[in-house]
Design a protein around this ligand. Structure first.
Ligand code: ADP
Ligand code: MG
Length: 478
């Protein structure tokens, strides 16, 4: 009997606001500890929270993009627990009535066919982030800079069935929130963090006991965490043991999880509405305004790439799923003539991405120039590929091509020079010529190669290999 994995995600999306959710302190990354903490974030007595309306507007954009129902009367709730990185002693969140309810996210789950899956959402609510505890051998230090940073927590139904699907969901959500400009999508800085709820069951059986894996910061880690947890649960169940409902921490460096707390020590949060915050009413005009700012979303963009540029579904999905790639592709298109889109996609995905540092070292303008030269027949594909490997971001492509004599020569004079070179190569290699005439086709490559070599070291320079091939054929036929 086979086992099925079931995954439901809670993804914390850090909203791109200038200031915190309930205070005027700036939201910034990488500052010295505790510089971006005002009285409200520090939980000082008498400090009052004031809702940042920008966070509400950003949440609305997400809701409209995902087809959620927007809850118009928003109440904020205190969720109490004690931990030093939560200076107030409670987190302000939305419990009963989240700003967004339902909705769904569709994403490609099979690159070959382009087949999609739609994952339904339960809800998405606004809440503030906690600070950070920095543990070391000589004790724990607190940095409250992150305290009060606005988050939108997106909760899915338990409807993904593998680590791969969970990973693709995370990527697709990242692509959407970056396209919407509501989150910077910076995974290294923790701008998106997922909790994965994982259970396993026999195919078709009711849902099994779930384990929650906390604080996963990238699609790849999410994939690995889910796969590992499903394996752990199947091993327990096949050995006759039970899965214990608990919260575990995923350690990406060791590629294993460890228990954080069991269901029994789950805290009682003593939720109640925050008396310092009024009910926030979202009216129709505000929703209409958010709707009017919606950009083209990744799914629509992928369909346009396929329909207008002739890209394959897999190519289009690869580009729109990674915001960095989308930006690079669009910037390259902006610097090339219409009609070269598919070629740009091929070069970007096959050559630039094939190198570890390709995206960081090559600029869109350079790639655009390279593709244009190749498409115009002024540069051999092979030379172009070599350039992708060696160009530095401050190189001028035309200058490098000129300095290395890579520009392909063409025209009547060149043809005459090529013919002359072919004839001398033939004269110097009679055995090979006889071999080709006797049907040893492989030897033709040798003759072409010799001709190219002699042209390269002559005043003619580089010539399109296709043209050399044609002239070799013509000379063989005489
Ligand atoms: P709680 O109220 O305890 O937080 P929810 O029902 O809201 O629990 O679910 C939290 C998350 O756990 C959701 O993402 C949901 O999809 C997921 N989930 C719930 N039950 C399971 C299960 N049996 N297996 C996997 N995920 C689950
Ligand atoms: Mg939560």
């Amino acid at each position: 009997m086979t086992w099925e994995t079931v995954v439901g995600l809670e993804v914390h999306v850090q909203l791109k606001t200038a200031t915190k959710l309930f205070s005027p302190a700036p939201v910034r990354f990488g500052q010295a500890p505790n510089v971006d903490v005002d009285a409200t974030d520090a939980g000082l007595p008498g400090a009052l929270p004031v809702l940042n309306q920008e966070a509400v507007s950003l949440a609305l954009k997400v809701g409209l993009a995902l087809g959620s129902t927007i809850h118009t009367r928003n109440v904020f709730t205190r969720k109490h627990y004690f931990y030093p990185d939560l200076p107030k002693g409670y987190q302000i969140t939305q419990s009963e009535a989240p700003i967004l309810q339902g909705g769904a996210l569709s994403f490609v789950i099979d690159d070959a066919t382009g087949a999609e899956k739609s994952v339904s959402l339960v809800r998405a609510h606004l809440e503030e982030d906690a600070g950070k505890s920095l543990h070391s051998d000589d004790g724990t230090r607190l940095d409250w800079n992150r305290s009060g940073t606005p988050l939108l927590e997106v909760v899915t139904t338990p409807s993904m069935s593998s680590g791969d699907e969970a990973m693709r969901f995370f990527r697709a959500l990242r692509a959407i929130v970056v396209a919407l400009d509501v989150c910077d999508g910076n995974l290294q800085e923790g701008s998106m963090r997922a909790d994965a709820n994982v259970s396993v069951r026999r195919l078709g059986a009711p849902l099994g006991t779930r384990v929650e894996l906390k604080n996963i910061n990238s699609p790849r880690n999410l994939h690995d965490a889910v796969v590992d947890e499903a394996r752990r649960q199947v091993a327990l169940l096949t050995a006759g043991a039970a899965v214990v409902q608990e919260t575990r921490l995923w350690d990406a460096d060791r590629a294993q999880s460890r228990t954080m707390r069991s269901k029994e020590d789950a805290p009682d949060y003593r939720y109640f509405p925050d008396p310092d915050l009024p009910v926030v009413v979202v009216d129709a005009a505000r929703i209409a305004l958010a709707r009017s700012t919606l950009p083209e979303l990744p799914g629509a963009r992928a369909r346009r790439y396929v329909a207008s540029f002739g890209l394959g579904i897999k190519q289009a999905a690869a580009i729109v799923n990674e915001p960095e790639l989308t930006a690079f592709f669009e910037a390259t298109l902006a610097a090339t003539a219409a009609g070269h889109e598919k070629s740009v996609a091929n070069w970007l995905l096959n050559e630039v991405l094939g190198l570890d540092d390709g995206l960081a070292r090559i600029t869109p303008v350079q790639l655009a120039r390279l593709v244009t030269l190749v498409e115009d027949g002024a540069l051999a594909g092979r030379s172009g590929k070599e350039l992708v490997r060696s160009l530095q971001s401050n190189d001028d492509v035309d200058a490098v091509v000129a300095a290395r004599g890579l520009r392909l020569q063409r025209g009547g004079d060149v043809d005459a020079a090529v013919r002359e070179a072919v004839r001398s190569v033939f004269a110097a290699n009679p055995t090979q010529v006889a071999g080709v005439k006797a049907g040893k086709d492989k030897l033709k490559g040798f003759l072409v190669g010799q001709t190219m070599k002699s042209l390269a070291s002559s005043s003619v320079g580089a010539v399109d290999p296709k043209r050399v091939q044609q002239i070799v054929d013509e000379e063989l036929a005489t």
